[in-house]
Ligand binder design. Structure first.
Ligand code: FRU
Length: 493
């Protein structure tokens, strides 16, 4: 039986969402069917499709009582909407169905594990009691478990906050038993990741605090994910409210911790730690293991502090980042666009050994839905001071990437990219050169730019709202530089 609240959401999204013309959405990045989207949820492979759910409020382009929107895809690029899967329609999730994950059970059901929240009082709107819930379904309709919540704060050690206990990520071990990690923090807001086990996915036992923080890395640790990759263990989490340090930006960020894991004690031993994406818009990652064994990462291509950066004509807000294949190499997380993207490449244009001094435009190099790789090197040692690529460019608008070899610094600037808001628009990251050369792969899809640096050693993701007619690309060097460019239009036809 589908509740009235879910039925209304489904009717609303069908009528309103299906009127949105496809040119007013990205081509291959997932947006909400209509209204608001945040975190990716339930990213899983089930019955021949990848399923990606999302934190969803269909009625406005604002966060509201959370539903789960739903889309499926075969190639991680062309998405088909399915009806909203969850709505806040039972007592344990009356305040919203917060983030969570999905898995297939032995009897072929699609099991969603999510955080049900209950608002404490209207006077203190920020307080939600949070506990973990289940819903079981067939890939379209889901029935919530009558025993919800199945994990609440009575299952966790004392001193942990019941108001910040959310975002379960479930997986199965080789022996068929279940594990999950859940984000949390102490009552005085120090991040914790909690590790649980279960034989049947319904009765859970707390095992350990998998990872903990002394308060130096943000407050609550949201959206954890934990998996083995390339012989190491990786813990992904999104700490809230970070203070600026030498290593990290302030605000909400995603970090990857790489190390070893002792299954007996349930303790993770961290060896290295890094920022996952050095751009502005990237948060709340979630991964899946594909049928062919690839670890693929999705994320909300947005930043809580810049959600004011939007434009009126769009009936949706929020995009998912391009799914990325991730790897661990030398203690670092590498990420590259899923290889399926290569099938969309059309109209190849290449230019090699192009000498750049001042401004150069290359014949055939333009566009707003493109996959472009640029290699930049000096003509002779120290021959250039600064190199700029301007894209989404016309007479008044542009987005730029600037590389300064003396500092090994790459700076992104979207302040001329359709924004009318005074939030942060520039960010820098440190880039290692390879015998003087750097390699940038730039993926644009109407309303975003994702930059993959040196074969995925680093990434930077940004939303832009520049007019779609601004499709110019220029290369500008202060001094003598040489570039190779390879550019494709991206299209399904
Ligand atoms: C992260 C987050 C999650 C929570 C969800 C609510 O962006 O705050 O921790 O489950 O959003 O929409």
């Amino acid at each position: 039986m589908i509740s009235q609240i879910l039925r209304e959401a489904r009717r609303f999204e069908e009528v309103e969402g299906d009127q949105i013309p496809s040119e007013l959405r990205p081509l291959f990045h997932l947006t909400p069917r209509v209204g608001w989207m945040n975190d990716p949820n339930g990213f899983s492979y089930y019955n021949g499709y990848y399923h990606l759910f999302y934190q969803y409020y269909p009625y406005m382009k604002k966060w509201g009582p959370m539903h789960w929107g739903h889309a499926i895809t075969k190639d991680l690029l062309s998405w088909e909407f399915l009806p909203a899967a969850l709505a806040p329609d039972t007592l344990p999730d009356s305040g919203g169905c917060f983030s969570g994950s999905a898995i297939e059970t032995d009897d072929g059901k699609h099991l969603l594990m999510y955080t049900g929240v209950v608002k404490l009082s209207d006077l203190d709107e920020d307080k939600f009691i949070q506990a973990q819930c289940l819903a079981e379904g067939d890939g379209i309709d889901y029935v919530k478990c009558v025993d919800n919540p199945i994990i609440d704060n009575t299952n966790i050690p004392e001193g942990l906050s019941k108001y910040d206990f959310r975002d379960p990520k479930i997986w199965r071990e080789a022996d068929g038993t279940y594990r999950c990690v859940i984000g949390g923090c102490t009552e005085d807001h120090k991040g914790r990741i909690l590790y649980f086990k279960s034989d049947n996915a319904y009765n859970w036992e707390f095992v350990s605090v998998l990872a903990e923080n002394d308060g130096s890395l943000g407050t609550m640790w949201e959206c954890p994910d934990f998996f083995e990759l390339d012989g190491k263990y990786v813990l992904l989490t999104s700490p809230q409210d970070c203070l600026r340090t030498d290593k990290y930006n302030c605000g909400n960020i995603v970090v990857a911790m790489i190390g070893t894991f002792d299954p007996e004690t349930g303790k993770f031993h961290k060896e290295t730690e890094q920022l996952v994406d050095s751009g502005i818009d990237f948060y709340a990652t979630q991964t899946l293991l594909s049928e062919d064994g690839r670890r693929i990462m999705s994320a909300w291509m947005q930043n809580w502090d810049s959600i004011v950066h939007t434009i009126r004509p769009l009936r949706w807000f929020g995009q998912m980042a391009l799914p990325r294949e991730i790897h661990v190499k030398d203690g670092r997380l590498f990420q590259e666009p899923v290889r399926e993207l290569e099938k969309l490449r059309k109209n190849k244009v290449t230019a090699e050994n192009v000498h750049v001094n001042e401004t150069v435009k290359v014949e055939g190099i333009s566009g707003r839905i493109i996959d472009m790789t640029v290699r930049i090197r000096p003509e002779y040692p120290n021959s250039y001071r600064k190199f700029k690529i301007r894209f989404a460019e016309d007479e008044t608008q542009y987005t730029s990437l600037t590389y300064r070899p003396s500092e090994n610094a790459l700076e992104f600037d979207r302040s001329h990219s359709g924004t009318r808001r005074a939030t942060i628009h520039t960010r820098k990251c440190h880039v290692a050169d390879n015998n003087g050369e750097i390699k940038l792969r730039i993926i644009m899809d109407r309303f975003s730019v994702e930059v993959f640096i040196n074969d995925g050693e680093q990434a930077m993701s940004y939303v832009i709202y520049t007019d779609q007619t601004a499709d110019g690309i220029s290369f500008i060097s202060f001094g003598d530089a040489v570039i190779d460019v390879e550019k494709y239009d991206l299209s399904f036809e």
